[in-house]
Design a protein around this ligand. Structure first.
Ligand code: GAL
Length: 367
């Protein structure tokens, strides 16, 4: 898929429409969103969770660029993995007059307080990439996380059609980790039914954090245990590239890197290098520019009082409903892309995510 396909073609139309303030009038009463912003600049409060995983700096960069192109001002804060801190940062933005909040939550549940505080001030909230549970969230834009999980398992199953698998889940505080697992299990079940082959799941658990070192320790312990039990590990379905890196480091220590199939997600540079090197089987590329641009546009429109179905129509995408335990959250799912050695150039490189030189350079495998 070409870079920014979703948004680029709509950019001009949307920019003109927003500049003219021509969002249709609200037809139903809703808790947040308002027309109090008519005719003036929108201020967006962007609440980042962390920069620890490489993608997030690019999410922030693309989001800010798009929002500024649309004439909005962006207040930014990073919580460094601390939900209490993020909740305070949200309060600060509300005091500073933010018209809409865009949140990458750390904790799927306690981030709900942000939505409550924002709604008290009639400010809408958009969840970016990760859902917030137990609240009247206004909108959610993400990549189809179940499909990401499906692609991860499928990529591994193509290389290892039967045997002993470890499912290395992501942060238990992130709703995406559960959605990924659902997609992974779907792929495994479908594969078993279609081929009659059996996948033996040796371990199925989640980490506390999306953390490479935590993943390395966990896999290292499991490898020791299964070795003692006489059970060879054939594949590890890791839920992102950082944790895949940890798993592969543990495999390397046992002389098993390259012999065990491993999945990931995010098309991080180190992971792309491992994929071409052969120690990682598959990563999933999520064209972050699309997510960032669509979210910036949706945020501006929410602040202008537009409804999610109007926003989805303006963006030319389908509106889904995803239950968060309190309501069916109007949600937009963008499409991820599975990346292996075979299509690396046609996806990640062609889209400008990483240069060919960086992925394939001779020094690439030094790490
Ligand atoms: C998830 C996200 C992934 C990955 C991970 C670690 O919520 O969907 O793309 O980046 O967090 O930050």
């Amino acid at each position: 898929m070409k870079r920014g396909m979703l948004t680029d073609c709509l950019t001009t139309v949307i920019a003109l429409a927003i500049a003219a303030g021509c969002g249709r009038k609200k037809e139903v009463e809703k808790p947040a969103g308002s027309e109090k912003t008519a005719g003036r600049q929108i201020t967006i409060g962007l609440l980042m969770e962390t920069y620890d995983v490489a993608r997030w700096a690019r999410d922030e960069e693309y989001f800010t660029k798009r929002a500024e192109e649309l004439g909005a001002k962006v207040l930014r804060a990073v919580a460094n993995g601390d939900q209490d801190k993020q909740n305070q940062q949200a309060d600060t933005f509300l005091t500073q007059g933010a018209d809409v909040l865009v949140v990458i939550p750390r904790d799927l549940k306690t981030a709900a307080r942000i939505v409550k505080s924002a709604h008290e001030k009639n400010v809408p909230v958009l969840a970016y990439d990760r859902l917030i549970l137990g609240c009247n969230l206004d909108m959610y834009i993400t990549f189809d996380n179940e499909l990401v999980g499906y692609m991860q398992a499928k990529g591994v199953l193509e290389k290892v059609p039967e045997g002993n698998f470890i499912l290395l889940g992501g942060a238990s505080s992130d709703n995406n980790a559960a959605l990924l697992r659902r997609g992974q299990m779907k792929a495994i079940r479908e594969h078993e039914e279609a081929t009659g082959k059996k996948i033996n799941i040796l371990d199925d658990s989640f980490l506390d954090n999306w953390d490479k070192e935590e993943a390395r320790r966990k896999i290292s312990n499991l490898l020791t245990r299964f070795k003692a039990e006489g059970k060879p590990v054939h594949a590890i379905i890791a839920s992102n590239d950082g944790t895949a890196g940890g798993a592969i480091a543990a495999l390397k220590a046992e002389g098993l890197a390259g012999a065990v199939a491993v999945s990931g997600q995010d098309a991080e540079l180190a992971a792309c290098r491992r994929v071409v090197e052969g120690t990682q089987t598959v990563t999933v590329y999520k064209p972050v520019r699309q997510l960032a641009s669509a979210s910036a546009e949706a945020a501006v429109r929410l602040a202008r009082g537009e409804l999610p179905d109007e926003i989805a129509a303006a963006l030319g995408v389908k509106l889904h409903k995803l239950n968060n335990g309190t309501i069916d959250v109007p949600s937009i799912y963008l499409s991820p892309i599975a990346v292996t050695k075979e299509n690396m150039r046609d996806t990640v490189v062609q889209d400008g995510w990483h240069s060919e030189e960086k992925i394939y350079s001779e020094t690439a495998f030094a790490e």
